[in-house]
Design a binder for this molecule. Structure first.
Ligand SMILES: [Zn+2]
Length: 401
C-alpha cells in the first residue's frame, strides 16, 4: 500500500477545473490528500475525511498550492547564445546585416553542429534546473538547430539522455525549423530529404523518444504545401503534428493545423478569424508566445481574446530559444498573458497549466483535481494573483510531489 500523505496548513489552493475549459477552483484553508504520487482528495482542511486524519503530514507553511507550470513550446537545447548579436541590434545593426555576416539563426546552427552530445546534455540540464526552480514541472522541447542529419541526431540523443535521467519532457522533431544555408533556393529538395529520409532515420535511431513533429510554416521559410509534406511524413511515423504558424504574416498555418489534426498551432500573431474557428472546431490548441513578441520589440501580440471568444482553449508558452526569446521565466510569460494579451489572471494561469498540458496529451497534469499527478507548487503569497500583480518579484515556489 502506498503511503498516505496529507498537505495541511495551506493558506489556500488554486487550480483549473479539468471538467470546464476556463473554470478555476479556489479553496481557502485547503488540504490535499496524496497517495501513490497522485492527488486523492482536495477540499477545506476541516472537511478532511476521517480515513486521512492519521496520514503523514506535509506542512504547507501557510502557502498557496497550485499545479506546477507546463511549458508546451521550447527550443531547450542548442549550442552557444546570441547575446552579442542582441546588443549589436540595440546599437542599430539591422537583422539583414547580421544575417549577411552569417549571424542570426545561422550562428546558432553553427554552434549546435559543433557541440558534442555531452555538451548539449549539460546545457539542457542547466536550463531544466532553472525552469524547475521557477515552478515548471513538465515541458516540450524541440530539435531544429542542427539542420543536418547527424546534428539533429545528436540533439535527439541529448533529449533521450535527459529523459532517461528523469526529466519530465516531451520531444518534438523539427529538422524543418529553417532552411539551412547549403540548401538556399532549394527548399523543396530540403523538405523532400527531411520528410523521406531524415525523419524516418531519426525515429529509427531513437525509437519512442520523439512524440511530435513540427515545421515552421511562414513567408520566407516553408509554404503550407511543404509543411503538409513534413507533417504527413511525421504522422506516418506515429508522430503527432504541432506547427509554427502565422507568426509574421497570415499564411494559413492555423487552417493547416486544423486540417491535419495537429495538437497545436503556435505563435499566431496574424491568425485569421477562419483559422480560429477551424482550430476551435478541430480541437487544435492555439499556443501563444508573448515573450517572443516582447523580445523582438514588436507590437502585434496574438489576439488571445478573439481566440477565447471563438471557443479556443488557448495555451501560453515560453518559446525559449536563443534568437527571439531568451526567457526561462514562466512568471514573465504569465504576466505578459495578463498585461499584453489581456487575459484574466484565471485564464492566463489555466493557459500555462491545464491547456498547456492538454496540448501535450496529458490529462493528469496542469490541475490538482483527484487523479492528477502530485506536482504541486507552494507559493509564499497572500493570493496567487500576486504572482502577476507584483510584476518584478521573482517568486520561486517550494515543490511537493
Ligand atoms: Zn518556436
Amino acid at each position: 500500500m502506498e503511503t498516505k500523505r496529507v498537505l495541511r496548513h495551506l493558506r489556500g489552493l488554486f487550480t483549473p477545473d479539468p471538467n470546464e475549459p476556463w473554470r478555476t477552483d479556489r479553496i481557502e484553508g485547503a488540504a490535499v490528500a496524496l497517495q501513490g504520487g497522485r492527488i486523492a482528495w482536495i477540499g477545506a482542511e476541516r472537511d478532511l475525511p476521517s480515513e486521512w486524519t492519521g496520514a503523514e503530514v506535509i506542512d504547507g507553511q501557510g502557502r498557496w498550492a497550485t499545479p506546477g507550470f507546463v511549458d508546451p513550446h521550447t527550443h531547450l537545447v542548442f549550442g552557444g547564445d546570441r547575446s552579442q548579436e542582441f546588443n549589436r541590434r540595440l546599437h542599430g545593426v539591422s537583422y539583414a546585416q547580421l544575417a549577411a555576416e552569417g549571424g542570426g539563426i545561422r550562428e546558432t546552427v553553427r554552434a549546435t553542429r559543433q557541440a558534442t552530445v555531452e555538451e548539449l546534455v549539460a546545457v539542457g540540464e542547466e536550463r531544466l534546473q532553472k525552469l524547475t526552480r521557477k515552478g515548471v514541472v513538465h515541458l516540450e522541447a524541440k530539435t531544429g538547430y542542427g539542420l543536418e542529419l547527424e546534428a539533429e541526431s545528436r540533439l535527439l540523443e541529448a533529449y533521450a539522455i535527459l529523459k532517461s535521467q528523469g526529466w519530465s519532457l516531451d520531444v518534438t522533431l523539427m529538422p524543418a525549423h529553417d532552411l539551412p544555408q547549403e540548401f538556399a533556393d532549394h527548399a523543396d529538395e530540403y523538405i523532400r530529404l527531411v520528410a523521406d529520409q531524415w525523419q524516418p532515420e531519426l525515429v529509427r535511431r531513437f525509437p519512442g523518444v520523439a512524440r511530435f513533429v513540427d515545421v515552421f510554416v511562414e513567408k520566407g521559410v516553408f509554404t503550407v504545401e511543404q509543411g503538409r509534406r513534413i507533417i504527413e511524413s511525421g504522422k506516418a511515423l506515429g508522430l503527432t503534428p504541432r506547427l509554427h504558424a502565422d507568426e509574421f504574416v497570415h499564411t494559413g498555418g492555423a487552417e493547416l493545423a486544423a486540417e491535419v489534426g495537429a495538437a497545436s498551432a503556435d505563435h499566431l500573431m496574424f491568425c485569421s478569424d477562419e483559422g480560429m474557428k477551424a482550430m476551435a472546431q478541430a480541437g487544435v490548441t492555439p499556443i501563444l508566445l508573448p515573450g517572443t513578441t516582447l523580445f523582438l520589440g514588436m507590437r502585434d501580440f496574438a489576439p488571445a481574446r478573439r481566440m477565447i471568444e471563438a471557443g479556443c482553449r488557448v495555451a501560453l508558452a515560453s518559446d525559449f530559444n536563443p534568437g527571439s526569446c531568451a526567457c526561462l521565466d514562466p512568471l514573465l510569460i504569465l504576466r505578459l498573458g495578463c498585461l499584453q494579451l489581456r487575459m484574466t489572471f484565471e485564464e492566463a494561469f489555466t493557459a500555462m497549466t491545464l491547456h498547456a498540458a492538454r496540448s501535450l496529451g496529458h490529462d493528469d497534469l496542469g490541475h490538482l483535481h483527484p487523479g492528477a499527478q502530485a506536482r504541486i507548487a507552494l507559493w509564499d503569497v497572500n493570493h496567487p494573483l500576486e504572482l502577476v500583480y507584483w510584476m518584478g518579484e521573482s517568486y520561486e515556489p517550494r515543490m511537493v510531489k
